[in-house]
Design a protein around this ligand. Structure first.
Ligand code: EPU
Length: 339
């Protein structure tokens, strides 16, 4: 067996919240063979297998009685190139943002709005990562996953993945599919997505009239760095809650009571509300209880000032949720996976 096992290893370096819990067993998979070894080993020892990528969408509330497998497979390759359109494939363990930068260096557009998102390639389809008007599904060409129930490889096209806002088949059938590599549709003549106001504004402020994908990436990085804390400096998992969908009537009622409510009609009668606005308006922005807190610049982000436990962060999240129900009648849903 080529898998290197570690026992009772602290997962602090492997989750961006920086929560200090232990994994009963830990290993890194560098290729498909090691993934299969890990599956066999977990079955052999009657341990669950918890697969992680960058650990940027995880809230660990206690020691993990499982084999924690970190996907560490690397490799980026062009599968097709007609001079303009390109299909690129990346292994699950490739870190996301360096991949985005690499594609931009090759003159390939498509991923620029998704710059600086933490995490790995394999985790990106799980929650259909999205930012600044683009979601993974918009550039998705396909993926290869291992069916943990049968051990067979399966190819997924766009329709098969059931992508939705921060959601996918892989998230809904948690524990069944292990994503091995993902393919993207990129282009040398990329259509830019500048519908998100702050990105357009930033480019205008810099006097850039005909932006390139690299310019868009730089603008997105600048906006993200201003608002979102760097996990290397302050533990966090990005947006902790999803922006909630409410009925048109409920949005109208809230708007009447709060004229500055931030709301985006979805075209299907439903309205998406900015959870960050609700949480800030409820008074939580900058709140701190021990080492668990709400970021002072972005109320959607919970932060670990150092020694917060997963349970303390979860308890804070529950307090916020209850308060948002009490004040606005709106249910907030957590974004990170709770372990
Ligand atoms: N707002 C507030 N107070 C806050 C935060 C936001 O009033 O503390 C208001 C803003 O003023 C703005 C609105 O809420 O009018 C939306 O804020 P922003 O544009 O910053 O986006 P968001 O809704 O907070 C979402 C995603 C982010 C993504 C950005 C940009 C979710 C849950 N979050 O945040 O994704 O980067 O849009 O597209 O959909 C992530 O998922 O981890 C993430 C960071």
């Amino acid at each position: 067996m080529s898998l290197v096992l570690q026992e009772n290893l602290s997962l602090k370096p492997y989750n961006t919240f920086g929560v200090d819990v232990k994994a009963r067993l830990f290993a890194e998979a560098h290729d498909d063979v090691q993934v299969r070894e890990a599956l066999a080993l977990a079955a052999d020892r009657s341990l669950p297998l918890l697969v992680i990528g960058g650990g940027s969408n995880l809230l660990l509330t206690r020691d993990v009685e499982a084999l924690v497998l970190r996907m560490a497979s690397r490799g980026i390759r062009l599968l097709a190139d007609d001079g303009e359109k390109v299909v690129l494939e990346a292994e699950a363990g490739e870190p996301w943002h360096p991949l985005v930068l690499w594609t931009l260096e090759q003159g390939l557009g498509g991923l620029e709005n998704l710059s600086l998102i933490p995490g790995t390639v394999g985790a990106a389809p799980m929650q259909n990562i999205g930012a600044y008007g683009v979601e993974l599904k918009d550039v998705f060409a396909g993926l290869t996953a291992l069916d943990r129930q049968t051990g067979e490889l399966r190819e997924f096209g766009l329709e098969d993945c059931q992508f939705a806002y921060r959601d996918s088949l892989f998230k809904r059938e948690a524990g069944r599919w292990l994503i091995l590599r993902v393919r993207f549709n990129l282009s040398r003549a990329a259509q830019l997505h500048l519908d998100y106001g702050p990105v357009r504004q930033r480019l205008r402020d810099e006097g850039i009239e005909t932006p390139t994908p690299k310019d868009v990436s730089r603008a997105v990085c600048a906006i993200r760095s201003e608002k979102l804390p760097d996990p290397m400096e302050l533990g966090n998992a990005g947006s902790f809650f999803k922006n909630p969908l409410v009925s048109g009537e409920q949005a109208e009622r809230l708007k009447a009571a709060h004229p500055d409510l931030v709301a985006y009609p979805q075209g299907d009668g439903l309205v998406k509300l900015a959870a960050g606005w609700l949480i800030e308006r409820a008074g939580w922005k900058g709140f701190r209880d021990g080492d668990a807190g709400v970021h002072r610049l972005q109320a959607l982000v919970l932060v670990n000032y150092g020694a917060a436990t997963g349970s303390q962060l979860h308890a804070l999240a529950q307090r916020i949720r209850a308060d948002i129900v009490a004040k606005f009648g709106v249910e907030l849903e957590m974004e990170p996976n709770l372990i």
